[in-house]
Ligand binder design. Structure first.
Ligand code: VGL
Ligand code: ZN
Length: 204
């Protein structure tokens, strides 16, 4: 069975948000249309405590978009975003909610960021999504949402590593794009065996 994974379509990643992805809101119409075509629809929600270590504001000597070393490796430092319970952490108001069956929250542990829907950034701590998808008999995932070069990329790469057949729906993702990071992400995904398609390629 195939599942639709909708990554982080939250206000803070949309235009006007704290960590806006250019044209991030444009993923909403294709995702809404796609939901109708899946028996399994899951969403992720970036969900940080207000003093999360991925925030530049938690590091006296750092600015947003600089990097630092965490226990698990290099970490980009972000503007405060998707703080638990805030409007910025809420889903885009036009995103359909009814067909969504499961919402996976991530990034709630203060000392560790979590890009992928499957593992936190130590690449060991699980979110539980793999168990859920296995229990439902899912063997193929279609990845959509924000941002192509961070949470979407890591979700697709981890899914491939876990043995799922992975498709990236190109018109249903948008990236932050730091120094060409979207192109790098697309190459990495392709190399990992992720297939690319457009939402219109699925049955209309
Ligand atoms: C994301 C940076 C920080 C994402 C989440 O959803 O791609 N990027 N937190
Ligand atoms: Zn985040």
């Amino acid at each position: 069975m195939k599942a639709l994974i909708i990554v982080d379509v939250q206000n803070d990643f949309c235009p006007g948000g704290a960590l806006e992805v250019p044209n991030g809101d444009q993923v909403v119409p294709p995702i809404n249309a796609l939901m109708q075509q899946f028996d399994c629809v899951v969403q992720t929600q970036d969900w940080h405590p207000e003093d999360h270590h991925s925030f530049a504001s938690s590091h006296a000597d750092k600015k947003a978009f600089e990097t630092t070393e965490m226990d698990y490796g290099e970490q980009v430092l972000w503007p405060d975003h998707c703080v638990q319970g805030t409007e910025g952490a809420a889903f885009h108001p036009d995103l359909e909610t009814k067909p969504v069956q499961m919402i996976v929250r991530k990034g709630y542990r203060k000392a560790i960021d979590s890009y992928s829907a499957f593992f936190e950034n130590d690449h060991e701590t699980v979110t539980g999504l793999h168990g859920y998808l296995q229990a439902r008999g899912v063997d193929e995932v279609y990845v959509t949402g924000l941002a192509t070069d961070f949470c979407v990329k890591w979700t697709a790469l981890d899914a491939a590593k876990l043995g799922y057949k992975v498709k990236l729906v190109k018109d249903a993702v948008r990236g932050i794009d730091m120094d060409g990071s979207v192109d790098v992400a697309l190459d990495e995904m392709q190399e990992a065996g992720v297939e690319f398609l457009e939402s219109g390629d699925l049955k209309g």
